[in-house]
Design a protein around this ligand. Structure first.
Ligand code: SF4
Ligand code: SF4
Length: 244
């Protein structure tokens, strides 16, 4: 069976595609391991648990994000590194954005509430807690083409997890941190929801965060600027009665 891998290393200026023959009926991860053992020990990719739990082996297969350990190889599949970040070598990418966005959203317990937690409370954060930080959603998101500071689907899903967590006492602090480059910058395209291997729905999570933001008095600043413009407000200081 033929497998194509988009490769890159700093000694070659441009990425290039290389073809390999591998055994039938196996996962993409096992095929990559086979290539590394039989053809090229320098082939670089990430993997950990090999059972879909650690989230480290996400790649793009024919342009769509997949966990290499959970996806079977088909004839002529093209395997590439995930999108929206720098490729370090072959399928290994720079993941420094991951910590940066989580820290910016403050999506972690900061002020512990003493409230008692029921199983109903746990259910509220159950699905979002299953995120394995595989970065598939990040890779599929079109917003990074225009804004590489966008907090993005996994960090916003995690923000909702802590906003809904009864143990977290500073929910407003999290909402405050996701206004700029956050909930309002999402186009609601749904790519992130389609590719998530954990069946998380970041698009709906972002819509929920928008609703919670509005309830706390926040608004989409781009829309409020538009409304001011439409109502005749002239940001230069004058008043335009025609609203344009
Ligand atoms: S939300 Fe889903 S796709 Fe995104 S990082 Fe978490 S597990 Fe991966
Ligand atoms: S729904 Fe929003 S966060 Fe998800 S991929 Fe589309 S633009 Fe990105």
């Amino acid at each position: 069976m033929k497998l194509k891998i988009k490769r890159f290393n700093e000694s070659k200026l441009e990425p290039y595609i290389e073809e390999f023959n591998v055994t039938h009926n196996q996962t993409i991860l096992n095929s990559l391991i086979e290539v590394k053992i039989k053809n090229d020990k320098a082939l670089s990719f990430r993997c950990g648990c090999r059972t879909g739990i650690c989230g480290s082996c996400a790649v793009r297969v024919n342009g769509v994000e997949r966990l290499a350990c959970k996806t079977n190889l088909n004839e002529n599949d093209l395997i590439e590194a995930i999108n929206n970040t720098k490729v370090i070598k072959d399928l290994v990418v720079d993941l420094s954005h991951e910590e940066k966005f989580l820290k910016t959203t403050k999506s972690f317990l900061k002020e512990l509430s003493k409230e008692e937690i029921t199983s109903k409370d746990e259910k509220l954060i159950d699905i979002q807690s299953n995120c394995i930080l595989c970065q598939s959603c990040f890779s599929s998101c079109p917003v990074y083409e225009v804004n590489n500071e966008f907090l993005g689907p996994y960090a916003l899903t995690r923000a909702l997890r802590y906003v809904n967590d009864k143990k977290e006492n500073d929910k407003n602090g999290i909402l405050e941190n996701i206004q700029d480059n956050g909930v309002w910058d999402c186009t609601l395209c749904g790519n992130c929801t389609i590719v998530c291997p954990q069946f998380i729905d970041p698009k709906t999570d972002i819509m929920n965060l928008r609703m919670k933001s509005v309830q706390e008095g926040y608004e989409d600043k781009s829309l409020s600027a538009f409304n001011s413009f439409d109502s005749g407000f002239d940001p230069s200081g004058g008043f335009n009665p025609n609203g344009f």
